[in-house]
Design a protein around this ligand. Structure first.
Ligand code: TXD
Length: 321
């Protein structure tokens, strides 16, 4: 059996970590594409030269030509600028939309059967644009945000409760922006509701609610917190790790139920937009969107987040993308 071919479009911070993780996990052979000359060649050479030490056989190729992504099974797209301190993800719209349009054209021409995972920001709009320009069916175009946002929320809960994050399940839905929706009601540690654990810890419902609100707020702002510290770019280790979980689910047909930016056809009251929702990921891409009942408050937060996504997509349309 030959290895899967995984094309990474964008060889910056996230692209580099993606290439390394794919090799370490032997998920497939990597083609790293970037517009900057020599950059992808240099990164892949560096990673490949550690093959003996890390013990992998994956092949890594760096390129500035779309021809080299021909017939890729999976394409992971990080092309585009990251935020600088003080910027919102939405501030990247115009620059990154131009880049995403050219990427979608390249992928459409050379890897028309691939499944595409989009990472570039503003995420929900970039996924929408890739789908529009590539003409790929909706199940083969998915965005990464929900795994990372959910992982951030889970991490803060684990720190607060002093338990292993491996036992924490906490889902974040909605757009990948400041309006994202951490689902508090179902957050649990091995099935035990987080709110109950907080109430027992603080012996005070109001204090427990305040602690949860602080974790929810930190989750929503977590990307910005890293940007502020790094000063020259945004988070890259955790977004790469999150996209790799999606790549593994697709390549190994794992049917993982995770939060991802998927096309909605009436689910959660939304039609015709890409938004973060629970999906089942397998070897055909998004196999199912999983719906569950939101309570009134959650639905209001979801509606607010969907409206923010709609506004961004409308702005993009108005700008002619
Ligand atoms: O969870 C998430 N979805 C995210 C998304 C979490 C964090 C950051 N996220 C976004 O990913 C971020 O806001 C950016 O839009 C992307 C990529 O972030 P990264 O940190 O990897 O940015 P870099 O290091 O600047 O890398 C971007 C690369 C860089 O090497 C450019 O030369 C390249 O993109 N680039 C292009 N590649 C291909 N084609 C074109 N046209 C192009 N233009 C620039």
């Amino acid at each position: 059996m030959s290895r899967k071919k995984i094309a990474l479009i964008g060889g910056g911070q996230i692209g580099g970590v993606l290439a390394q993780l794919i090799a370490l996990k032997q998920l497939g052979d990597v083609v790293l594409y970037d517009v900057v000359e020599d950059l992808p060649q240099g990164k892949t050479l560096d990673i490949a030269e550690a093959a003996r030490v890390n013990g992998f056989d994956s092949k890594l190729t760096g390129t500035n030509s779309y021809k080299d992504i021909a017939r890729a099974d999976l394409v992971i797209i990080t092309a585009g600028l990251p935020r600088k301190p003080g910027m919102s993800r939405d501030d990247l719209l115009v620059t990154n939309a131009k880049i995403m349009k050219s990427v979608a054209e390249g992928v459409k021409e050379y890897a028309p059967k691939a499944i595409a995972i989009i990472i570039s920001n503003p995420l929900d709009a970039m996924v929408t644009l890739f789908k529009k320009v590539s003409g790929f069916p909706a199940n083969r175009v998915v965005g990464q945000a929900g795994i990372l946002d959910s992982s951030r929320f889970s991490t803060f809960i684990a720190w607060e409760l002093g338990v292993s994050v491996k036992d924490v399940n906490a889902l974040v839905l909605g757009g990948h922006g400041d309006t994202m929706v951490p689902i508090v009601r179902y957050a649990n540690v091995n099935g035990i509701p987080v709110m109950e654990l907080l109430e027992r810890k603080y012996k005070d419902k109001i204090k427990a609610a305040e602690v949860m609100k602080a974790m929810v707020d930190r989750t929503k702002m977590a990307g910005g917190e890293v940007v502020k510290l790094l000063k020259t770019g945004s988070a890259f280790y955790s977004p790469a790790a999150s996209a790799i979980q999606m790549a593994e689910a697709i390549i190994n047909d794992e049917k993982r139920l995770i939060s991802a930016c998927a096309y909605l056809n009436g689910e959660f009251g939304v039609t015709g937009y890409y938004v973060g929702v629970p999906v089942v990921l397998g070897d055909t891409g998004v196999e199912k969107v999983i719906e569950f009942s939101l309570d009134q408050e959650e639905q209001a937060l979801m509606d607010n987040s969907v409206n923010a996504v709609k506004k961004l997509v409308e702005d993009m349309d108005r700008l002619g993308f």
